[in-house]
Structures are given as structure tokens and as C-alpha cells.
Design a protein around this ligand. Structure first.
Ligand SMILES: Nc1nc2c(ncn2[C@@H]2O[C@H](COP(=O)(O)OP(=O)(O)OP(=O)(O)O)[C@@H](O)[C@H]2O)c(=O)[nH]1
Ligand SMILES: [Mg+2]
Length: 196
């Protein structure tokens, strides 16, 4: 199992030319604004404060790269779906995200972070389709599962797995707060990040 003991912030990109060098392997975390992407990265790497967490949606406006080990990275992408972000800013993020997914050869997989209370939304599905069309693997973390009871959590898991059934996309329950699903998520990342 891969260790995150050496994980460190690498660089941030606000523009296409600022992306980290496109070599080795990396896994990107995407999802709605405030869904819990940065919190999930911190929990998985056991490093509180690595990725910035905020109560204010739209906090992560940059593409943030974290180096796990030589040539292995986790990437915190700006969240989508936050209504209060001005149209101009939104268009810029979308352009940057599209560029990222179009050019990124080192991207091996996408972790889609979905608030378990909301389930998959239209933008989440669009994101999955887009990444699958580019031949990358995807895994859905239904996070904040600590906010649901067991029945509700199982219902959203089943619904999500059904929605993804013909795509090869996997899904699991997750909570950074209760630590539910941490090992399962780490195992997926290990699989993607190992190899040449
Ligand atoms: N209860 C609970 N709250 C969580 C969990 N994960 C994240 N949160 C809370 O959700 C809020 C948003 O978390 P972030 O990690 O900043 O979300 P984000 O997706 O990175 O947000 P943006 O960067 O704005 O796109 C914070 O208040 C977190 O404490 C979880 O597993 N359980
Ligand atoms: Mg964030």
C-alpha cells in the first residue's frame, strides 16, 4: 500500500501554462463546489491542512498539485456548480478544466466527489462522461456519509452504482469525519498510481 508520508504541495495553476510537468501518473479529484474534495485529499493522505478546506463554496479556484512521491501526484480541481460565482470567472475555470482533461497524459483516473445527501447530479454525470470519453477510469466517493443513516447511505450507493453500471465506474461510501471508506479509497488510488 502506498504511503503518503512524503506528500507535499507541488504547485498551483490558474492558467494552462502553469500545470505541473505532465510526466508519471496522477489522479484528479473533481466534484461540485463544497462537495468535500479538499477534505477527502487530506483524509486519504492523513495530512490535515494539506489541501485547503473552507465553509465558503468555491474556495479552490486553482488546480492544486500534490506530490505523493516522485512522478506520482494527486490533483485538487476547482469545484463546479456554485451559482454565486460570476459568469466570467466560471467560464475561465471551465476553460482551464477542459484544457486540463484534454491535454493531460499523466492523468490515470478521476475521483469524483459527490455529497451523499445529494447523489449524482447532471454536472457530475457530464463530468464522468467526459472523462470516460477520454479513456480514463473513474471512481465515485459518496462523501459526508456520516450525515446519513445506514439505510439512506445504502440507498444512495445502490442508486449510484445502478446509474454507473454500464460504464465501469465504481462507487463507494466515504466520510472524512468518521473515516468510513478510507482504505477502500486508498486501494483504488494505489491501483491507479502503481505501475510505470
Ligand atoms: N460531515 C462531513 N463534512 C464534510 C466531510 N467532508 C467535507 N466536509 C465539509 O464540507 C465542507 C466543504 O469541504 P471542502 O473539502 O472544502 O470541499 P471542496 O469540494 O474542496 O470545496 P471547493 O474547494 O469550494 O470546491 C467543509 O465544511 C468540510 O468540513 C465529511 O466527510 N463529513
Ligand atoms: Mg476545495
Amino acid at each position: 500500500m502506498s504511503s503518503y508520508s512524503g506528500v507535499k504541495f507541488l504547485t498551483s495553476a490558474a492558467e494552462a501554462h502553469q500545470l505541473a510537468a505532465d510526466t508519471g501518473r496522477e489522479v484528479a479529484f473533481a466534484g461540485r463546489s463544497n462537495s468535500g474534495k479538499s477534505t477527502a485529499i487530506n483524509a486519504i493522505t492523513r495530512r490535515a491542512g494539506l489541501a485547503r478546506v473552507s465553509r465558503t463554496p468555491g474556495r479552490t479556484q486553482l488546480i492544486n498539485f500534490f506530490e505523493v512521491s516522485a512522478q506520482r501526484r494527486l490533483v485538487d480541481l476547482p469545484g463546479y456548480g456554485f451559482a454565486k460565482v460570476p459568469q466570467k470567472v466560471r467560464a475561465r475555470w471551465l476553460g482551464l478544466l477542459q484544457h486540463y482533461f484534454n491535454v493531460r497524459e499523466s492523468l490515470v483516473g478521476l475521483v469524483l466527489i459527490v455529497d451523499a445527501r445529494r447523489g449524482l447530479g447532471a454536472q457530475d454525470v457530464a463530468m464522468l462522461e467526459w472523462v470516460l470519453a477520454r479513456g480514463r477510469a473513474s471512481h465515485v466517493l459518496l462523501t459526508k456519509a456520516d450525515k446519513l443513516n445506514r439505510e439512506q447511505a445504502l440507498a444512495v450507493l445502490t442508486e449510484t452504482r445502478d446509474a454507473c453500471s454500464d460504464t465501469g465506474v465504481s462507487a463507494q461510501l466515504f466520510s472524512a469525519h468518521s473515516k468510513q471508506g478510507l482504505d477502500e479509497a486508498r486501494a483504488v488510488l494505489d491501483g491507479w498510481l502503481s505501475g510505470p
